[in-house]
Design a protein around this ligand. Structure first.
Ligand SMILES: [Zn+2]
Length: 342
C-alpha cells in the first residue's frame, strides 16, 4: 500500500489527495494537490513536481498534459505528480512566498517554521519520502528565458542516465545550493533532475513539449512505460553536456541590444550585445570572456549595471554544440501533436 495524506492506494489504483498545509489570510484552506497513479506491477516511484516558484508555468502545463496521457494506463511502478507545490506563490503569480521568501531555499523545512518551511516540510514527509526518483520543473526569470536544459548534481551517475534519456539540448552538472529541493534529494540519495525551460509568466510551447516528451522518455528508461514501438526521431538529436557555466553581466546601465540568442555558439572575445546610454554619450560592448553556448539570455530592453544578460555553458566545441542544439529544436518542432492528444 502507498499511503499519502491519510489515503491508501493499492497497486493499479489512482486518485488525487489534497494535503492540508494550513489556512491563508482569508481563512481559506491552503492545500497541495497530489496526483497518484499506481501501476499494477511494482516498479520505481517517480515524483514529478512543478510550481515551487509560483510564476514558472511551463512545467505546470507539462504536468497537466502528462496527466491526460492515455499511455499512463500501462504504467509499471508509481507516478506521483504535484503540479503546483507552492500554491500561495502561484495564486500571486509570483516566484516568491507571501513573505518574499524563496521556497527553494527552505528545504527540508520545518512543521513549526514559516509558511514556506511548513510547505517544504509537508512536501518532504508526505511526498518525497515515498519516491525513488524525482524530476522538478522550472523556468527562467521574467524576461530571462532558458534554453531547455537539465541540471543534475555532479557525480550522480543515475541522474546523468535519466538526464540523457530526457533528451534536452543541454545537460549541466552544477553544484547543489543550500536549502534547495535538489540538495535534499541529493543527500537522501534520490536521483533527481531539475528541468529548466522557457521563462516565468509565459507559456512557451516548445518548452512545454520538451517537458512532456522528456518525462515520458524518462519513464520509458526506468521501464515504467513500454519501449517505443517506432523509434523516436528526437533520439537522433544529441545532448550537449557541460560541467560549468558563467553569466556575462551588463558593464553599465542603459538600453540593451542583444547580438546573439538562445542556443547560439559564442567565441571568446565575441561581442554578445551592446549597452548604450540613452543620451548617446556612451556605448559599451558585452563581451564573452570564454567560448560556449548561450543557455539563458535577458530580453530586458533597459538594464542596470550588473544585470545578468547571458548565461553561457562552457563546451569544448561550441559550434558542434550549436548544431546539436539546432537539430534537437528542429526535431521537437516537427513532432507537435501527440502530447496534446495523449
Ligand atoms: Zn524555478
Amino acid at each position: 500500500m502507498l499511503r499519502l495524506g491519510g489515503q491508501s492506494f493499492a497497486p493499479g489504483s489512482s486518485g488525487t489527495v489534497e494535503l492540508t498545509v494550513g489556512h491563508m489570510i482569508d481563512h481559506q484552506p491552503l492545500s497541495m494537490t497530489v496526483h497518484v497513479h499506481r501501476g499494477r506491477r511494482a516498479g520505481p516511484c517517480l515524483l514529478v513536481s512543478a510550481g515551487i516558484h509560483g510564476n514558472e508555468i511551463c512545467g505546470v502545463e507539462s504536468l497537466r498534459l502528462l496527466l491526460k496521457m492515455r499511455l499512463l494506463k500501462g504504467l509499471r511502478g508509481d507516478l506521483i505528480v504535484v503540479p503546483v507545490v507552492n500554491m500561495p506563490a502561484f495564486m500571486a503569480r509570483s516566484r516568491y512566498l507571501p513573505d518574499r521568501r524563496d521556497l527553494n531555499r527552505l528545504f527540508p523545512g520545518s512543521s513549526k517554521g514559516s509558511l514556506g518551511g511548513r510547505l517544504a516540510s509537508l512536501f518532504m514527509e508526505e511526498v518525497v519520502g515515498q519516491c525513488s526518483h524525482a524530476v522538478d520543473m522550472h523556468s527562467g526569470a521574467i524576461n530571462r528565458p532558458n534554453l531547455p536544459q537539465i541540471r543534475i548534481s555532479p557525480g550522480d551517475e543515475v541522474a546523468m542516465g535519466l538526464a540523457l534519456a530526457f533528451r534536452v539540448p543541454v545537460v549541466i552538472e552544477s553544484p547543489v545550493r543550500e536549502g534547495t529541493l535538489r540538495q535534499v534529494l541529493f543527500t537522501k540519495k534520490i536521483p533527481s533532475l531539475l528541468f529548466e525551460a522557457g521563462e516565468a509568466g509565459r507559456l512557451d510551447h516548445a518548452s512545454v513539449r520538451y517537458g512532456v516528451r522528456g518525462l515520458v522518455s524518462v519513464m520509458r528508461s526506468l521501464s515504467m512505460l513500454p519501449k517505443e514501438r517506432k523509434p523516436d526521431t528526437i533520439r537522433r538529436a544529441k545532448t550537449v553536456v557541460a560541467q560549468e557555466t558563467y553569466w556575462e553581466r551588463a558593464p553599465m546601465g542603459g538600453i540593451f541590444t542583444p547580438r546573439t540568442e538562445l542556443g547560439k555558439a559564442v567565441a571568446s572575445e565575441e561581442v554578445l550585445g551592446i549597452v548604450a546610454d540613452p543620451f548617446g554619450r556612451a556605448e559599451c560592448k558585452v563581451v564573452a570572456r570564454e567560448s560556449g553556448v548561450v543557455i539563458g539570455c535577458s530580453r530586458d530592453a533597459a538594464v542596470d549595471e550588473g544585470d545578468a544578460l547571458f548565461h553561457i555553458a562552457l563546451t569544448q566545441y561550441p559550434d558542434k554544440a550549436e548544431r546539436q542544439i539546432q537539430r534537437s529544436s528542429r526535431v521537437i518542432a516537427n513532432s507537435l501533436e501527440s502530447h496534446y492528444t495523449g
